[in-house]
Design a protein around this ligand. Sequence first.
Ligand code: ADP
Ligand code: MG
Length: 155
Amino acid sequence: MKIICQTKNPFQTKKLGEILAKEILKTKLKNNAFVLGLEGDFGGGKTTFLQGFAKGLGVKEKILSPTFIIVKKFQIQDSGFQFRNFYHIDCYRIQKPKELLDLDFKKIISDSRNIVAIEWVNRIQKILPKDTIMLKFDFISQKTRKITINSNFKP
Ligand code: ADP
Ligand code: MG
């Protein structure tokens, strides 16, 4: 399935993230983690989207561009009061997938309680699970972004 939308300001992009997060919390747990891959240039809106996404998951802390931190973990509670984790991963500083594997990536994506969002996902394409939901952020104008959500990704 492929969904294309345009947002006209950062607030709309955050809202889209928030809606998607709430939908994900409603779905049944799979055998592995729920993984979102975000691609697109600087300023495309990946972090902005994840701020709304984290809010939708119930994360209280502020989501920042983790320029120096590669993996940041947040604990969340879903509607069934189960503890789950949200991992915000930024691969901008990663050169090879091995660097992420060294940070326990396999373990993170194998736990069904984890929801994982990865910025600059193209850097680690080879090690992504097959059911990763891909989100592409295209810059249309200063305030307009095209966001393509694709669930038919093949690594
Ligand atoms: P990335 O993480 O992809 O580098 P950021 O989310 O950090 O991008 O930055 C996006 C920038 O673009 C922010 O300064 C934000 O205010 C601005 N912006 C303007 N319009 C939009 C929009 N429609 N959606 C998202 N961000 C927008
Ligand atoms: Mg970012």
